[in-house]
Design a protein around this ligand. Sequence first.
Ligand SMILES: *Cc1c(COP(=O)(O)O)cnc(C)c1O
Length: 400
Amino acid sequence: MTSLHPTPGMGEPSTSGRFGHFGGRFVPEALLPACLELEDAFRSAWADPAFRSELDALLRDYAGRPSPLTEARNLSRQLGVRVLLKRDELNHTGSHKINNVLGQALLAQRMGKHRLVAETGAGQHGVATATAAALFGFECIIYMGEVDTERQSLNVFRMNLLGAEVRPVSSGSRTLKDAVNEAMRDWVSSVETTHFCLGSVMGPHPYPWMVRELQRVIGDEAVVQCRALLDGGVPDVVVACVGGGSNAAGIFAGFVDTTARLVGVQPEGGAAIGRGLPGVVHGSASMLLQDEHGQVSEAHSVSAGLDYPGVGPEHAHLAAGGRAEYPSVGDAEVLEAFQLLGRTEGIIPALEPAHALAWVAREAGRAIPAGATVVVNLCGRGDKDVAHVAALLGRPTDAG
Ligand SMILES: *Cc1c(COP(=O)(O)O)cnc(C)c1O
């Protein structure tokens, strides 16, 4: 049914947290004990059937898992390839981020901590973390670049409604990468009570591994759903968008040991794999966008959720080994794809998964042979992006 791919799958990284040349734990001395404590706690929790069944129950009864795999018949007819949508946009809070934060909140509780800190860029991870903190009765502090608090004021209010405190970060470029630094600083100084709930497959070991394992549920479900739906059980291509890379890592983990092609789609202005260079940022070695002096540069994308200059280290490793490919798409193609899914299937995607759809629309009949079966991870819903897209398309809205 599934044939083993010759390259290694997505297992545990080395003891130092390495995925080949990437990953690791590049942190100040003061943070090392916190990383080691977290690694031990996660390893023991992940091997504990009681923890796993408690998390499964939360994912089912609170987040709404499993998410369906939907045959996109109209879109398939139009593109000439068979498109299946993994509907993670149907989760509570509207994206895959809830999978990760529920796991980390449950882990924090097991570690005896009662305070969550997190970074956020566009605000999606901050909202998800604030949601989990409310559910668990934790104190919650969200660090957000000052620039982002202004651009995403509605999400700041949303986090406040959920009982979280949003702390604007005014250092550096006052955006996501500065917010990560502040959240880490808070964690070092309050590690007795506090868990740092990192939002993607990045940061020092064990985060890239832990977050991938918490998102693996997407791939595990999709593999079973494909088996029931497809002759032979395995799709030809599995496609996801890549910001830090957590939704892609989650769905890839289900298919890495099959013959399926794995494709992670990056925004053209944030293509760390392809346009970036090896470097270290936020505690791990990976590929990242840098200027000629080795300074981390800003990423630019129509979708704020993909505006990250780096990429999770395991993706850099999968790219280096040739097991996954990381093409990029431009903003104009993304806006087309955003509208295409609404018209053909009655589903308005978030701008992030619209990147994955844009690649499928562009490559159907080219890099994707006609008639091939493609699973697209629809990792978020588009409600949050409607006003932004209206402005980009020059459509009047009530807001102006
Ligand atoms: C945050 C977000 C992303 C980017 O994060 P990854 O770690 O790359 O998954 C993508 N899609 C949506 C809907 C998001 O909210």
